[in-house]
Ligand binder design. Structure first.
Ligand code: NAP
Length: 293
């Protein structure tokens, strides 16, 4: 054991076990749903037959079953256009039995992803990608935050990693991960730097990080030269090399330089799903309790 950030005990080489935390969170959520008397229901929309997307959607439906959230899947052919996808979303928007809608990304390149995201009613936008939800997040008054960064905050909380006062460096500026991650960390009183593909002297910046969140989609890109001794490293990347899943961080080479690190698989991925379930229950509660957005 040793002091970390002058306020916390952290185990050396701590592996942040997203799977274990997911199980705990889903168990608690199931009890809350059973006791609530609500019947939350998630609709997923998938376009085309990308095997990774199909796998993620199956995992989300399985998690729904586990926590007693109803689920329905809409599957559209690869050739479906933007209008067709939006029409399906609008049907789900109007369905009072649907609490939350998730459009599986990425959509095929001929579809206007932003138009589809904006077609989802903000109060059913359990992915938190609608500009209304992202705006609320950046204003510091979030309702639905994107599931991956929200899951990362939950993971840090569960391990009692206090982000207040930390210098957090986020690698990547996507709407799904990097930007909302920065907003959540800022709200949690970290000092945040966002980096991207045009950032100069990247390792110089990342080596200043007490907390390094890597979401760039580049297999094992981040080696020891990017990491300050004793930093907490969160690896969001999910890349496949010869069918094997790996992160954006070179885990084996980086692990010993950190005070805590997420593995891939078994780190951030399960937390994303846990957050989706929590957001869906929140959507159901909000629709029945307040009836207003
Ligand atoms: P994305 O939309 O492709 O964005 C990648 C970001 O990384 C961009 O902002 C890009 O910069 C930046 N970038 C690329 N190369 C870089 C470099 N060498 N140095 C610094 N920044 C660089 O990806 P994403 O949707 O955020 O996803 C990132 C990774 O996380 C992917 O592997 C994805 O599969 C994974 N992911 C995992 C989960 C999960 O639940 N585990 C969820 C979502 C995503 P520019 O903006 O300048 O292009």
């Amino acid at each position: 054991m040793r002091w970390h950030n002058a306020s916390l005990f952290i185990l050396n080489d701590m592996i942040l076990d997203g799977k274990k935390v997911q199980e705990k969170r889903l168990e608690i959520l199931k009890e809350q749903i059973d006791e609530s008397g609500f019947s939350p229901r998630l609709a997923t929309v998938i376009v085309g037959n990308d095997p990774a997307s199909e796998l993620y959607v199956r995992m989300k439906h399985r998690a729904c079953e586990q926590v007693h959230i109803g689920s329905v899947g809409v599957s559209l052919p690869e050739r479906a256009g933007t209008k067709e996808v939006i029409r399906e979303v609008q049907v789900l928007n109007r369905d009072p039995d649907i609490s939350g809608i998730l459009v599986q990304l990425p959509l095929p390149s001929h579809i206007d992803t932003m138009q589809v995201i904006e077609a989802v009613l903000p109060e059913k936008d359990v992915d938190g990608f609608h500009p209304a939800n992202l705006g609320r997040l950046f204003a510091g008054t979030p309702i639905f935050s994107p599931c991956t960064p929200q899951g990362i905050m939950t993971l840090l909380n569960e391990y009692q990693i206090e982000t207040e006062g930390m210098h957090a460096v986020v690698m990547g500026r996507s709407i799904e991960v990097g930007r909302p991650m920065a907003a959540l960390l800022l709200s949690a009183n970290a000092t945040v730097t966002i980096t991207h593909s045009k950032t100069r002297d990247l390792p110089l910046i990342t080596r200043q990080a007490d907390l390094l969140v890597v979401a760039i989609g580049k297999p094992r890109y981040v080696g020891p030269s990017f990491v300050k001794e004793g930093a907490v490293v969160i690896d969001v990347g999910t890349n496949r090399i010869d069918g094997v899943l790996c992160g954006d961080v070179d885990f084996d080479r980086v692990k010993d330089h950190t005070s805590a690190i997420t593995p891939v698989p078994g780190g951030v991925g399960p937390m994303t799903i846990a957050s989706l379930m929590e957001n869906t229950f929140l959507a159901a509660k909000r629709s029945l309790c307040t009836g207003v957005w």
